[in-house]
Design a binder for this molecule. Structure first.
Ligand SMILES: Nc1ncnc2c1ncn2[C@@H]1O[C@H](COP(=O)(O)OP(=O)(O)OP(=O)(O)O)[C@@H](O)[C@H]1O
Ligand SMILES: [Mg+2]
Length: 260
């Protein structure tokens, strides 16, 4: 299996100046790992260990201090103009809070059409067909198109966010705590939806969660982060059955249970 993403010795720091005092936080510290085409790779670790920062570096929302990120073998920071243009189409993200990530002033139809308007020159008919198809893929109907985000439950909003993320047919999806704001029963539905979509669309997914029971159910391989470092990675079953690092054992012992 080929690697879709290679992360090499990646370090990301935040610099803040408050009352004239400069503080530097090393959120990601010399992290290296690869994500293979077609797999679900999970990143776990407690709050503040750098999971979101790592995913923001992959989506170019933050600039690393050092290291490299390769997408299909190409360094994402030194891509050609054409590759730079295509990168956001290939790499999409969904977030924890599906309400704040959807513009409350836009109808669902507009939310789903926007990425097509920005990134394609498709005819209106073709755009409508794509929107109809993606709604079907995430278990919604065309009835939602004229409604606003606040008219939906959290689970439905996350389905809409997933539809928007997948509308340009990306190769890679980053799901940053996509179910932690949802009720347990709804969590299971969204997790299963991601699993189905991954198989159906041959997606590669980076799944970020501090909930190990969800990761155990979903991920092919899992990396454990601690204070910005990747302390252990392995096939998910091996992480659960034969954890090597003390920190991984600690995390496993403190994991809440979700019944999927
Ligand atoms: N914009 C920022 N400015 C300064 N420090 C930041 C910024 N964003 C994150 N950090 C710090 O970087 C570290 C890593 O944060 P990050 O959000 O990546 O962690 P996380 O693993 O995603 O946590 P959580 O599970 O709570 O989402 C933390 O110490 C955090 O306080
Ligand atoms: Mg986070």
């Amino acid at each position: 299996m080929d690697n879709l993403i290679d992360i090499k010795e990646l370090t990301v720091e935040y610099t803040n100046i408050q009352n004239g005092i400069k503080t530097i936080t090393r959120a990601v510290d010399n992290v290296s790992f690869s994500i293979r085409e077609g797999e679900i790779y999970a990143l776990a670790g407690e709050s503040g260990c750098g999971k979101s920062t790592l995913s923001k570096a992959i989506t170019k929302l933050v600039k690393p201090l050092s290291g490299e990120i390769l997408f299909e073998g190409e360094n994402i920071f030194t891509q050609s103009k054409e590759e730079q243009k295509n990168y956001p189409k290939n790499v999409q993200m969904i977030f924890q809070n599906p309400y704040s990530s959807l513009n409350p002033k836009m109808k669902i139809g507009e939310i789903l059409k926007e990425p097509l308007d920005i990134n394609t020159k498709y005819s209106n008919n073709r755009k409508q067909t794509i929107i109809k198809n993606i709604l079907g893929d995430v278990g919604l109907t065309e009835k939602v198109l004229d409604l606003y985000p606040h008219e939906f439950s959290g689970g439905q909003r996350q389905r809409i966010a997933i539809a928007r993320a997948l509308i340009l047919n990306p190769k890679f999806l980053i799901a940053d705590e996509p179910v932690s704001a949802l009720d347990a029963s709804i969590q299971a539905q969204i997790i299963n939806l991601l699993k189905d979509l991954k198989a159906q669309k041959n997606l590669t997914i980076l799944f970020i969660s501090h909930d190990l029971s969800v990761i155990r159910y979903l991920a092919d391989r899992t990396g454990i982060m601690y204070f910005g470092k990747l302390v252990e990675e392995n096939y998910t079953s091996a992480i659960f059955c034969r954890p090597k690092e003390d920190y991984t054992k600690l995390l496993l012992n403190s994991a809440p249970r979700l019944h999927l």
